[in-house]
Design a protein around this ligand. Structure first.
Ligand SMILES: [Zn+2]
Length: 238
């Protein structure tokens, strides 16, 4: 196995993952990330990226795409057969999105992006569960994605359910319970959506040493944003 300045090589990571060695590869990566002695840029994990962007450039790409979407001038980029075949070789998503599973908020459409552009984790209420965090650790630490957008949206049913504080059947209640803590003293549904975005964004750092370290080292930005289901516009949450 080759290593790049202490990190496990990306190619080796996938080789191991493909042969059942995912855990070994992941452990090696995590060890190097939290070991405290590693000073290598995260880009070295993903050295072959032909078009690397930083977090600010990534955010601009998303917001520009959203402008095209709301003005009904989409370019539908990176959706050709040729691009499909290109990204089949390797993926370099420039942004990760933690979004709600709501059918009205598909990130590739609302940001006018294509194959290989976005690493998307969608779950009702854009809840930052351990499973979600694991996926985001993978794209940032292994694939080198420099930006995570926590994307909530107006009229979110999961947030509305948490605000009503009613008992819900089955595992639906589990989703709502993961949001309730964000909503102390919140009354309106729009305020609740914003509060939940900020809360889940905080959970990413609180529950992930890897994300916190990447952020501290300036290799990652995490931002909150809200999608307006009436206009299609994405607004940043500060
Ligand atoms: Zn929702």
């Amino acid at each position: 196995m080759t290593r790049i300045n202490g990190f496990i090589g990306r190619r080796d990571f996938f080789k191991l993952a493909g042969t059942g060695g995912f855990a070994i590869a992941a452990n090696a990566l995590v060890g190097s990330l939290i070991g405290g002695t590693q000073k290598t840029a995260i880009a070295d994990v993903n050295p072959a990226n032909p078009n690397p962007v930083n977090a600010d450039q990534a955010l601009k790409l998303l917001l520009d795409g959203n402008q095209r979407f709301i003005h009904q001038q989409p370019q539908y980029p990176h959706q050709s057969l040729k691009h499909l075949q290109l990204v089949a070789k390797a993926q370099y998503p420039f942004a990760a999105v933690l979004g709600c599973a709501d059918s009205r908020v598909p990130p590739e459409l609302v940001f006018d992006q294509g194959l290989g552009d976005l690493f998307i984790v969608r779950v009702a209420g854009n809840v930052a569960s351990d499973m979600v965090i694991g996926s985001l650790e993978y794209t940032t630490a292994v694939l080198g994605t420099p930006l995570i957008v926590v994307l909530g949206h107006k009229k979110c049913g999961a947030v509305a359910g948490a605000l009503k504080n009613e008992l819900l059947p089955g595992r639906i209640g589990y989703v709502v319970e993961s949001i309730k803590l964000a909503l102390a003293k919140i009354k309106s549904s729009d305020d609740a959506v914003i509060a939940n975005i900020q809360y889940q964004k905080g959970k990413l750092l609180e529950n992930s040493t890897i994300l916190a370290k990447l952020l501290y080292e300036g290799k990652l930005k995490i931002v909150g944003a809200c999608y307006d289901t009436d206009t299609g516009k994405v607004s940043m949450i500060t």
